[in-house]
Design a protein around this ligand. Structure first.
Ligand SMILES: [Zn+2]
Ligand SMILES: [Zn+2]
Length: 227
């Protein structure tokens, strides 16, 4: 049964070192995305989450994921987010489960074989880690804001079914499924220049997602009983 009023919780965690302006742009990215997922609701937004049981799992995750040069091993961090968020409302794999977790950090992310990583998402678990470190020092504020928003929308897109696993997808590098439409926010951007270019192009258009990715998101929601 479909319930149009059903809310989808988005657990947003922002590490306390993230500056206020970046925090605001992250929130704007969430708002941009909620055009496509109307039930999306920020249910938790904390700067410090180290003081409860779930926080301990995350804290251990951060500690385990930290490299000697101060980067976060993105995949290990995703495992911690997955473990820590199990049992939360809307999380898991069952019918109706569409809740998602995003963790925003100022630390650089590191992924084996990848030179630069702005965000990494575990699609099935719907957990995502996003680094704002490369955007913090950009000279132009508007460009930085666009990059932050685009990164957040892109990773949310992954968690809400775009592009669908059964679509034929090409990628610059083989990290996750990406859209081949160059005007779609789900296309992959291998470096900061390309990310900015893509963000500028996408934000000039009315739609951030191509029609196929929009359809994939709608199907994802419908399959879980959302409108
Ligand atoms: Zn991606
Ligand atoms: Zn697309």
């Amino acid at each position: 049964m479909r319930d149009p009023a059903k809310k989808i919780p988005l657990y947003l965690f922002t590490d306390s070192t993230v500056p206020d302006d970046l925090r605001g742009w992250v929130a704007e990215g969430v708002r941009d995305f909620s055009r496509y997922v109307p039930g999306l609701t920020l249910v938790r937004k904390e700067t410090e989450f180290w003081n409860d049981d779930i926080g301990k799992v995350f804290e251990n995750g951060v500690r385990r994921s930290l490299t000697e040069d101060g980067k976060l091993l993105a995949k290990e961090m995703l495992t911690a987010l997955d473990e820590g968020s199990k049992g939360w409302k809307g999380m898991g794999q069952g019918a109706g489960a569409a809740g998602a977790v995003i963790y925003i950090t100022m630390k650089d992310l590191t992924v084996p074989k990848m030179t630069i990583c702005f965000g990494l998402t575990r699609v099935k678990a719907r957990v995502s880690v996003n680094s704002m470190s490369r955007f913090a020092n950009m000279k132009d504020m508007r460009s930085a804001a666009l990059c932050v928003r685009r990164t957040v929308v892109h990773e949310l897109g992954h968690m809400f079914g775009a592009p669908a696993p059964n679509r034929v997808i090409a990628a610059v590098e083989d990290f996750g499924k990406h859209c081949t439409d160059p005007d779609c926010v789900m296309c992959q951007t291998p470096n900061l220049d390309r990310l900015l270019e893509a963000a500028q192009r996408e934000y000039r258009n009315d739609e951030l997602f191509c029609s196929r990715c929009r359809r994939d998101i709608r199907r994802f929601l419908r399959d879980r009983g959302y409108r």
